[in-house]
Design a protein around this ligand. Structure first.
Ligand code: GAP
Length: 359
């Protein structure tokens, strides 16, 4: 209780005294030789204004959420939205992290993808549980093994939340937070109302009442998700013949290049036919064209950057309009008619197929 009071009153000398009186030992070094308790700067500050004496101190945002709260009523009114509805945004966030490391896991400047979902007060727990399930399913829909994910429910809640959890992912350095899901009550909208003097309320025409909505937030670091996918996908495989290959088993809808178009030889009209096929496919898919080096080497290069399909054009293509379609993960090769390619590829790479798994 005394410790909590000292923290609430920002009495850092008292916090130190309690630590000393209770003879608290550092769990790592075993030492009791504590420095004074100091306040960390959690945010980056800078100044706004042309003349330094008249400039204001401002802070770089540590989350993207507040822009959404400020815009809540604009979006609701112009979009004629009815509660429940959500606003999602991706943008930069900045935190003065004391220890920024583990590659791009923890950075001082990073990218967040956040959604604020506005609900009627009293229904927030139902929506919180729904979003927990939906977000976990979204991660699983990427095809990464389910045992790489787990929930961590928060026991100690932030001042604005009445429920919170993380979706943790098993990174190479252990299970760590990938995404946060928070029930933020009406704390943020009410604070903006208080400090701006402007109402941020919704008129519920069905119940004929005004209220400040409650908010469920889903928040994921774009960089952290990129790291999770890369860490899970990049593998060195030993093949049956004892040779090795580097393959990026990235979920196909996320692969930067979907198809590589490869004429077997640089002559006999094969490049022209390959270009023709590429011209049709490139309207639907990000394609890569390559003539250089032996076909095996070209397959390996595409494996390493995660291209789900390679198409090889050979002499038979000129006769019967079929190509060899090679799959990245299985390395299976099938003869397919050129007219079928678009359909087969889109079944695998279209983000629609991933989203359908959530319905
Ligand atoms: N608006 C709520 C919020 O910001 P958070 O749990 O502090 O919640 C959400 O952050 C997500 O942002 C985290 O789950 C993580 O993916 C990402 N994130 C947070 N700090 C980060 C950092 N220093 N570097 C990279 N990503 C970070």
């Amino acid at each position: 209780m005394a410790f909590q009071n000292a923290l609430e009153q920002n009495d850092l000398a008292e916090v130190k005294q309690i630590i000393v009186d209770c003879e608290i030992v550092c769990p790592v070094s075993g030492s009791k030789n504590w420095t004074d308790v100091r306040q960390f700067n959690l945010m980056f500050s800078t100044s706004m204004g042309a003349v330094s004496e008249e400039s204001n101190i401002i802070y770089l945002r540590p989350e993207t959420a507040q822009g959404i709260f400020v815009n809540f009523l604009n979006v609701q009114k112009t979009g004629r939205m009815k509660i429940p509805f959500g606003i999602a945004q991706t943008g930069k966030a900045f935190r003065n992290e004391i220890v920024a490391r583990q590659f791009i896991f923890r950075m001082r400047e990073f990218e967040q993808m956040e959604m604020q979902f506005f609900v009627k007060p009293g229904t927030e727990m139902e929506w919180y549980n729904k979003w927990k399930a939906t977000r976990l399913n979204w991660h699983k829909a990427l095809g990464i093994s389910s045992d790489k994910y787990r929930f961590h429910d928060h026991m100690k809640l932030a001042h604005y939340a009445n429920a919170a959890c993380d979706i943790e992912f098993e990174f190479p350095f252990g299970f760590k937070e990938l995404e946060g899901i928070h029930s933020r009550t009406d704390f943020d909208l009410k604070s903006h109302e208080k400090f701006s003097g402007k109402k941020l309320q919704y008129f519920d025409s069905e119940d004929n009442e005004n209220y400040v909505p409650y908010v469920i937030e889903t928040s994921i670091g774009l960089d952290r998700m990129f790291l999770a996918i890369m860490a899970n996908s990049l593998v060195e495989e030993t093949l049956e013949d004892g040779s090795t290959r580097t393959v990026l088993r990235i979920p196909s809808p996320l692969a930067p290049i979907k198809v590589a178009v490869l004429p077997l030889l640089k002559k006999d009209g094969l490049p022209e036919k390959a270009r023709q096929i590429m011209d049709t496919l490139k309207l639907d898919f990000m394609c890569f064209y390559e003539e250089k080096d032996a076909i095996g080497k070209r397959y390996r290069r595409q494996d390493a950057i995660g291209t789900p399909f390679c198409i090889t054009i050979d002499h038979q293509t000129l006769e019967d309009n079929t190509v060899t379609l090679r799959q990245r993960d299985s390395m299976e090769q099938q003869r397919q008619n050129v007219d079928e390619l678009s359909k087969i590829i889109s079944q695998e790479v279209d983000i629609k197929n991933l989203l359908k798994k959530l319905m």
